[in-house]
Design a protein around this ligand. Structure first.
Ligand code: C2G
Length: 132
């Protein structure tokens, strides 16, 4: 069984998230998503709208996602790949090159981001709509 893993905050779920989850799953038979905890988001200087529990529950409802685990720090990826017997690590190409150290442990694939959507854009557009 070919196992794939990807990481992220996945706040305010949108088509860009779904595209990468679908394409990550298509690369294998099983997709694990490591979702950033609220504490790790603070380290990433990100403030998610949905709590970790709600972002986890939402991800678990997606047909492409087989398992959801917490992402608590930058250092856990090698351990995750070994512990979960991962064959392929996938991230959007805004991270191109940043996780090449994992190539000693699994295949590393950066997929093109979906153009025109992001959680930040959603927040900005909503602010504009509500504030004239
Ligand atoms: N993504 C995408 N297209 C978009 C927006 C996001 O393909 N338009 C991808 C990102 O490249 C990432 C995933 O969706 O692979 C999740 O995006 P975020 O929730 O923004 O994750 P991020 O904050 O980049 O966290 O250790 C890695 C970090 O946890 C990644």
């Amino acid at each position: 069984m070919k196992k794939v893993i990807t990481y992220g905050t996945f706040d305010l779920l949108h088509n860009g998230h779904i595209n990468i989850l679908r394409r990550a799953k298509e690369l294998g038979d099983h997709l694990t998503v490591a979702i950033s905890t609220d504490e790790f988001n603070a380290i990433k200087n990100k403030k998610a709208y949905h709590s970790y529990e709600n972002r986890k529950m939402i991800l678990e409802a997606i047909r492409y996602v087989d398992e959801v685990i917490p992402e608590e720090d930058w250092e856990q990826k090698i351990d995750d790949v070994q512990k979960h017997d991962i064959d392929i690590f996938v991230m959007g190409d805004d991270w191109e090159g940043k996780f090449d150290f994992l190539k000693d442990y699994c295949e590393v694939i950066y997929l093109p981001r979906t153009v025109g959507i992001s959680t930040t854009k959603i927040k900005k557009d909503l602010f504009k709509v509500n504030n004239g």
